[in-house]
Write a protein that binds this ligand. Structure first.
Ligand SMILES: *[C@@H]1O[C@H](CO)[C@@H](O)[C@H](O)[C@H]1NC(C)=O
Ligand SMILES: *[C@@H]1O[C@H](CO)[C@@H](O)[C@H](O)[C@H]1NC(C)=O
Ligand SMILES: *[C@@H]1O[C@H](CO)[C@@H](O)[C@H](O)[C@H]1NC(C)=O
Length: 465
């Protein structure tokens, strides 16, 4: 925001003029606490002494150039262009922006007269010379302050002018308020941007990426649903623009992550079917990763979606994805998703042994009981697919493969035993990790990472050999 004078214009120039006058002849500034706290009072230095001890402003002033103010013992507003006789108190009233004048202190005053006008001046203080006053007036004019007019209209105009900055201030405040939009407002704006027919693909992608950031928050994701944004995102999944597909899947995955209400909306909105259809067809790796991310987020801790997934042929789609990814990072993501689903059901079943299960928990158990993932995995060749992940040089991937092999043991044990490639690689890996675990121990790590993998290897080998 530009730095501006936040007070009325007339005050700004008045202040400058007052400062100018102060530089000319006043050298004492104090606040007049008794009268107005916010008023700046400019008082002449009583110490100062003019050579002739006489204020003589009125003598030399050209009456056409300026009008000399006649101070009284009351504060009076000084109009722009009016000259102040020596011996007067001048203050700036910060509330009105006006300069105010009154007579100086008794004792050092000298009465003065100018024609019919009467007043007094401070005889002990320096006074303006006509030259100085003319200079001051010139300065006023340069500052854009028009000469005095007693016109009432002008006074009103000045009054209005004092209010103008307040309007400006309001405008600035409104702009500020726009800057501190709530998340709800931002989401609404992004949805509108994304939905607008004139928005370019780049703008739509940008809107989606901004949304993705926001919907990590549970409330924001639910707002996305209530504003109709989730439907738009689901629709964007089958956009012909791959970038839009990818970003839409990204938003969807983040919105449903650990957010049961949004998970329900997304499944009911047909998101799962669309994601699986897209995953089943040829697509760039980046798009597939985001699609798989969205599928995983939809399925995790949501048995209803999982049973839909199984019925829609999801396991088959994942199998094709695994086979097509040829050693790529997608493989471990697919296996991780499968592992998570197996373990999730196992953990729920174990907690079913809880002595005081509530009715909601019983319903949960019932839903998970309907999911028959392990037999389907065995049926669709996963007992032989997961071992392929062991050929990866990555320790984490091997660890994930071993854990999944163990999790699938109840349904895959006969197949594992017949898989000579598997038993061979398990033996080879065992030797390798025994060495690694030993060097780990030499470094003082008793329960190290390699020792953990070795433990998994031994558990699998025990049941396979
Ligand atoms: C002011 O000047 C006059 C004349 O030069 C002198 O008599 C007087 O004492 C001075 N007053 C002060 C307050 O210095
Ligand atoms: C998207 O735009 C269409 C057509 O302009 C409109 O009917 C619809 O309500 C909009 N949807 C949202 C969620 O704003
Ligand atoms: C996506 O497909 C659905 C039907 O499956 C259709 O209603 C919708 O208009 C499609 N959206 C786009 C952007 O093609």
């Amino acid at each position: 925001m530009p730095v501006r004078c936040q007070v009325p214009r007339s005050y700004c120039s008045g202040l400058k003029a007052a400062l100018f006058l102060w530089m000319l002849s006043f050298n004492f500034v104090s606040a007049n606490y008794k009268n107005t706290f916010s008023a700046l009072t400019v008082v002449e230095n009583p110490e100062a002494n003019d050579s002739n001890g006489e204020a003589h402003v009125e003598d030399e002033v050209d009456p056409e150039d300026l009008e000399v103010f006649q101070p009284t013992d009351q504060w009076q507003t000084l109009r722009p262009g009016q000259a102040v006789p020596a011996g007067s108190h001048v203050r700036l009233n910060l509330q009105t922006g006006q300069r105010e004048v009154k007579l100086g202190e008794e004792g050092s005053l000298k009465y003065w007269s100018d024609g019919k006008r009467k007043g007094m001046v401070n005889t002990q203080a320096s006074s303006f010379t006509a030259q100085e006053l003319k200079k001051a007036l010139k300065k006023f004019k340069e500052e854009g302050v028009e000469p005095t007019s007693k016109d009432k209209e002008k006074e009103e105009a000045e009054l209005r002018a004092q209010y103008r900055p307040i309007e400006e201030l309001k405008r600035d405040m409104a702009q500020l308020e726009m800057l501190v939009e709530t998340d709800f407002q931002i989401i609404s704006r992004l949805i509108a941007k994304f939905n607008h027919s004139s928005s370019t693909a780049d703008e739509k992608v940008a809107a989606l990426l901004d949304l993705e950031y926001l919907v990590h928050q549970v409330d924001n994701a639910q707002d996305l649903v209530s504003m109709g944004g989730l439907k738009l995102v689901i629709n964007a999944l089958n956009s012909t623009d791959l970038r839009l597909q990818e970003s839409a899947a990204f938003v969807l995955g983040s919105a449903v992550s650990s957010n049961p209400r949004v998970q329900v909306e997304a499944v009911e909105g047909g998101a799962l079917q669309k994601l699986l259809t897209l995953l089943a067809t040829e697509r760039p790796m980046g798009v597939k990763k985001k699609l798989l991310f969205a599928v995983g987020s939809l399925l995790r801790h949501f048995p209803y979606a999982q049973s839909h997934f199984l019925r829609m042929g999801g396991v088959q789609v994942l199998g094709e994805l695994f086979r097509a990814s040829g050693g790529g990072a997608l493989r471990v993501r697919v296996v991780t998703l499968i592992y998570d689903m197996i373990i999730e059901k196992e953990l729920i079943s174990q907690s079913g042994l809880d002595p005081i299960p509530d009715s909601s928990h019983q319903e949960r158990l019932r839903q998970y009981a309907q999911i028959s993932l392990l037999p389907l995995l065995a049926e669709q060749g996963w007992c032989n697919l997961v071992p392929e992940l062991l050929t990866s040089p990555d320790h984490d991937w091997r660890e994930k493969a071993l854990r999944t092999l163990l999790a699938m043991m109840p349904n895959c044990q006969p197949q594992y035993r017949q898989n000579q490639v598997l038993t061979h690689s398990l033996s080879t890996l065992q030797e390798q990790y025994e060495e690694l675990a030993l060097s780990e121990q030499d470094l003082g790590e008793e329960d190290g990472y390699f020792g953990e993998i070795l433990g998994l290897l031994k558990s699998v080998l025990l049941k396979v050999q």
